[in-house]
Design a protein around this ligand. Sequence first.
Ligand SMILES: O=C(O)C(=O)C[C@H](O)[C@@H](O)CO
Length: 258
Amino acid sequence: MPAPVNPFKKALCEGQDLLIGLWVALANSHAAEIVAGAGFDWILLDGEHGPNDIPLLAQQLAAVARHPAHPIVRLPMGETWLIKQALDIGAQTLLIPMVETGEQAAQIASACRYPPEGNRGMGASLGRASDFGRIKDYAETANREICLVAQIESRLGVDNADAILATPGIDAILIGPADLAADMGYPGTSSHPEVKAVVEALIARIRAAGKPAGIMTTDPDMLAVAKSAGIRFAGIGSDVGLLMSGAAALAKASRQAS
Ligand SMILES: O=C(O)C(=O)C[C@H](O)[C@@H](O)CO
């Protein structure tokens, strides 16, 4: 029995639709399960800015498994040991932040694949990835179902985008406008015209390299720019944002009603 098919990777490679996702940063399996059934194509379990660790991420992966929303796991950084642990708990799609060079792209790509394609350590028979050893052909078939998304979110990353895109094993690029804006001198202003121009040009380069481009943005104007430039996946909000805005609106409405 082979490793399970990665539906997100399949949809990116074979489909044309825009895949909509939600950032999930509450680091809670109940919250993840609630939004996984809401109708998103994917959810991003955020181990970079959410208070997540490997055990919490494993709980969330298990909690959302019965829903169609594909869980993408973002790690704090592209450390080889952390990539190994994330894959062994069953993450099939990883988002690695702040990828800035071709060398870094090669390192994270190698960490995601078993030899001879890479240097991922053998141990999935102990982990959820192989259903704890029940998927007998996991080691032979896992590589093709891993989807590695590199995040480009700095001027250096943009400058080196061609080298990152040319790296075998980098399956897609997600643009991070918030960090990109900060690096460009516009912290907190990810919808700055100069940022939008860089994002638009970067999407064109990603597409020209034959790879899918994605973005995370809650700014409608930035999303419109990205859509017109041809992105294939977009994170358009977060569980934290939904909870904050919903709670505040209810509190305000209840005061007005009383
Ligand atoms: O730089 C960015 O933009 C991102 O990486 C997304 C941020 O982490 C944050 O906007 C997620 O809500």
